[in-house]
Design a protein around this ligand. Structure first.
Ligand code: F6P
Length: 488
């Protein structure tokens, strides 16, 4: 199995590209697309994903609802099959159940004395939304592997927990590998969900042969959840869950970035043009954050800490600017729309409190522009990654290999990236605003030699592994497990 001729399918909610009304092709956002682009360079595969815009759906129909080749705007050729779901079902799937329900559970974001209330709205979003989209994508996957021997399907992320069981039912011989790009939280956080929904999600997921996470901590949590919530027989040592007569392997594969591709974008003509603008506007010091505008990223506490820092260190006034490049995300979800409003309001307050006629302490850029972000990566003195909880966080890896000023990374201890990079970053507890303010001060006053030492340490770790290695580790495990199963 896993031989070069076996059908090989990737499936995720977000695909590598999105078609816009005006005919332009945009790259899909987020770490998932970055990760999988490397996989397709490795071997030919069909990438099955949801059609997200009307133009995606139109393009898919044009291709007879079958795979078609497409070239990504930042490189890469893909064979893509975009699957259209009923728009109401899709809305329930994406904006009610996957986000916020699952996303909030998997980042500890629920404020449990207030939310969530689980009512028919949420339950129906699972039954007639989440499950419908999982069925639609499963149907496409089953079609793509039809007739082929020993197919391999790689499933991605929290949108597709019920899909594996559907594919397994149709093709018991399939090899299913599921990688989860976000944290796996401790068992009690899952108790928010009605028991039958929780069971359906876990049983769906346990139809996989291998389940992968970014870190050892998420892997441990998952194993513990299987024991606590489902009373399953779990082997912590081997990382195995026994489920319905099968062994499910649970593994960790920390995702690397494609350093060469990242550096290439950071040297594009457009990036360098943005850089000139950044340099023209900059003060002595530049603090940077680059994030999706997501509640888990902890944007508000970052600004509050900067406010506190300016109060406690007035000698830095007019000498430092905080650039925050935030990509609006999931704005149809009420919690996200409200979060954006709170961000804008807080920036106005801090700028009003400390700003002067020719100095604006925080420069907020609410847009998704990779090259503009890269220009700031080149120029920062401090990179702030203070997520409350984050599966990996690729910004923490991209920044240090692009930066030209031996910038210091401030990194939340609750990001997946911290398992690898913590030693060379200034680690922070993301809830401790005073610690963050102190870290900003420590970073801005750090001796040049120490900055160099840390920056070199970060670069070395980030460039040690490639997305190709990440894929190879997973393919190796697929081969070993399939060989074990064939031999048994
Ligand atoms: O990497 C985590 C992730 O949730 C991906 O699954 C997703 O593609 C990305 O972040 C961006 O989120 P969304 O697809 O909702 O825009």
């Amino acid at each position: 199995m896993a031989d070069a001729d076996a059908p090989f399918v990737l499936v995720s909610n977000r695909g590598p590209v999105t078609f816009e009304e005006d005919g332009t092709v945009r790259r899909g956002t987020g770490g998932l697309v970055t990760a999988l682009t490397g996989l397709l360079a490795h071997r030919s595969a069909v990438w099955v994903a949801s059609a997200m815009t009307a133009a995606d759906a139109a393009r898919s129909r044009e291709a007879g609802d079958r795979p078609f080749p497409v070239r990504g705007p930042t490189g890469g050729e893909y064979l893509v099959r975009l699957v259209e779901s009923d728009p109401i079902a899709y809305e329930r799937f994406y904006s009610v159940f996957a986000n916020p329900m699952l996303w909030f559970i998997q980042h500890y974001l629920w404020d449990l004395s207030n939310a969530p209330d689980v009512r028919r709205h949420e339950i129906e979003a699972f039954e007639y939304g989440y499950n419908v989209v999982n069925e639609d994508l499963a149907h496409a996957v089953i079609q793509e592997i039809e007739g082929g021997a020993a197919p391999v399907v790689m499933v991605h992320d929290y949108h597709l927990y019920t899909l594996p069981a559907l594919v397994r039912r149709a093709r018991p011989d399939v090899f299913l590998h599921h990688f989860i790009h976000i944290p796996w939280t401790q068992s009690d956080s899952w108790r928010v969900l009605p028991r039958n929904i929780r069971n359906e999600l876990y049983h769906g997921l346990l139809a996989n042969d291998i389940i992968g996470f970014h870190t050892q901590a998420y892997r441990r949590n998952f194993l513990q959840c299987c024991r606590d919530l489902l009373d399953l027989d779990v082997d912590f040592e081997r990382g195995v869950v026994h489920h319905e007569g099968r062994e499910v392997w649970v593994r960790s594969y920390p995702l690397p970035i494609d350093a060469d591709a990242t550096v290439a974008i950071s040297q594009s003509a457009r990036t360098l043009e943005f850089e000139r603008e950044v340099e023209r506007r900059r003060r002595e010091f530049l603090i940077l954050r680059v994030d999706r505008a997501d509640l888990s990223k902890n944007v508000l506490r970052g600004f509050t800490a900067f406010d506190l820092f300016l109060d406690q260190h007035p000698e830095f006034r007019e000498r430092v600017t905080f650039v925050a490049q935030l990509m609006p995300s999931r704005t149809d979800v009420a919690e996200y729309a409200e979060y954006l409003e709170r961000i804008e309001a807080l920036v106005a307050v801090v700028n009003h409190r400390h700003g002067t006629p020719d100095w604006m302490p925080i420069h907020l850029k609410l847009r998704d522009d990779l090259e503009e972000a890269m220009a700031s990566y080149r120029s920062y003195d401090v990179l702030l990654v203070n997520a409350m909880f984050d599966g990996m966080n690729l910004v923490a890896k991209e920044g240090p290999i692009v930066n030209r000023r031996a910038g210091v990374s401030i990194l939340s201890e609750n990001t997946g990236a911290h398992e690898e990079l913590g030693e060379f970053a200034l680690s922070v507890n993301p809830f401790d605003i005073q610690e963050l303010a102190d870290s900003i001060h420590a970073a801005l006053t750090m001796p040049a030699e120490e900055r160099e030492r840390r920056a070199a340490g970060l670069r070395k770790i980030v460039t040690a592994r490639t997305p190709g290695d990440w894929i190879d580790d997973q393919l190796d495990d697929i081969r070993s497990k399939a060989a074990e199963t064939d031999g048994s």
